[in-house]
Design a protein around this ligand. Sequence first.
Ligand SMILES: C[C@H](N)C(=O)N[C@@H](CCC(=O)O)C(=O)O
Ligand SMILES: [Mg+2]
Length: 367
Amino acid sequence: MKITAIRFAKLIVPLITPFKTAMRTVENITDLVVIVETDSGAVGYGSAASTPVITGDTHGSVYFAINNVIGPQIIGMDVEDINSICHKIQHAIVANNSAKAALEIAIYDLWGKLYQLPLFKLLGGGKSQLRTDVTISVDHIDKMLADANLAISQGFDILKIKIGTDIENDIARVEAIYQDVAKRAILRLDVNQGWTAKQTVYAMQKLEHLGVELELIEQPVKSKDIDGLRYISQRITTPIMADESAFSPLQVIELIHSGAADIINIKLMKSAGLSQAIKIADLAELHNIPCMIGCMLEGSIGVAAAAHLASAKSSSISLIDLDGPALGKYDPVQGGVNFNFSHITLSQGPGLGIESINGLQELTWPF
Ligand SMILES: C[C@H](N)C(=O)N[C@@H](CCC(=O)O)C(=O)O
Ligand SMILES: [Mg+2]
C-alpha cells in the first residue's frame, strides 16, 4: 500500500456552548483534515487543531508544512514501513507538531486498513469502551454552576474546571462548584498557565484549608516555568499535572527527573503524533508516573486516534480528557469512534474505523 497523494479539507462543527479557558475563547470546532491516498484505493484520515497560543501551529502552517515540506518526502513510501514513515515525518522539519500529528494519524489509520484491524488492536489491544471527563469553561460562577449541574445530569462524573483568569475569583469559583457538586463528581482544575507559582501555593493552601478536595491541578504556571512547577509540588499535596510544559518525550523526562510534575497530559497535537505519544506513555510508565490522554478543542478524527492510544496504553494512561467531540452540536464523522457524553466506544472497523465524513470543504492554498 503505497502513498500516492495528500489532500486537505476543513471541517467546522459549532459548539453547544463557547469553550473558554484562561488562554482563549472558541465557538466552533475547526479541524484541518488531512486525507492520505494510496495506490490500493484506501485513504487515511488525520486532523489538526489550530492552537497558536499553545502549539504555535495554525491551519495555514499545518497545510504548508505537510504540503510543501513533509508530504513530498513520504510520497511513494509503503504503509507497511510505518516506523520509517514516522521517522521521516518527525525529522523532515523542526517543530510543526500539529502537522506531524495530523499526518501520523492518517498513516496509522492506513496501517489499520492494511492489516484490516482496528488501531487499538494493532497497538497491543485494549478495551473498546472508555469514559471521559468534561470541561466546564471559565465563566461567571452562576454559569459554571449551571454547566456543572447539566454535565452531571448528562452522566459525567468527572469535571475539568477551567480557571486562571484572576486568582480570587478562581478560588471563589472552585469553592462554589465544590460545595454544590462534591458528592456527585470528582473535580480536576485546569489553570491553563494563568497563575504564578506563589499564587498557586496561596490558592491551593486556601482551598485545602476550606476542605476542598481536588483530584489534580493542571498546568498552573507558564509552560516554560519548570522551576515554578517544582516549587509548587514541594508545597501542596494535590497532584500537579503538566500539560503545556509537556510536549516531547525529552521534556517529559526532564519533568519527571526534576520532580516538577506528578502526572503528564499527553496530547497528539503536542507530542507530534502517535509515535512520540507512545514513547511518552512508555517512559512515564517506567517511572511510575500516570498519564492523562487529552485533546485540544478538536473533533472526532484526531480524538479517535487518541482514544485508540488510550485503550492500548491503559497501563500508563489512567486519566481521560477526550471531550472535544462531545462539546460539538453534532459529529460529522460516521463509523469511527462514538462519543456519547462521557461514553467513548471504539469501532471494530479497520484503523480509526471512519466510514464517511459529512461537510468536508476541500482546501487548496491560499485559503
Ligand atoms: C478540550 C480539552 N478538555 C481541553 O481542555 N484541552 C486543552 C485546551 C485546548 C484548547 O484550548 O483547544 C487543555 O488545556 O487541556
Ligand atoms: Mg490543559
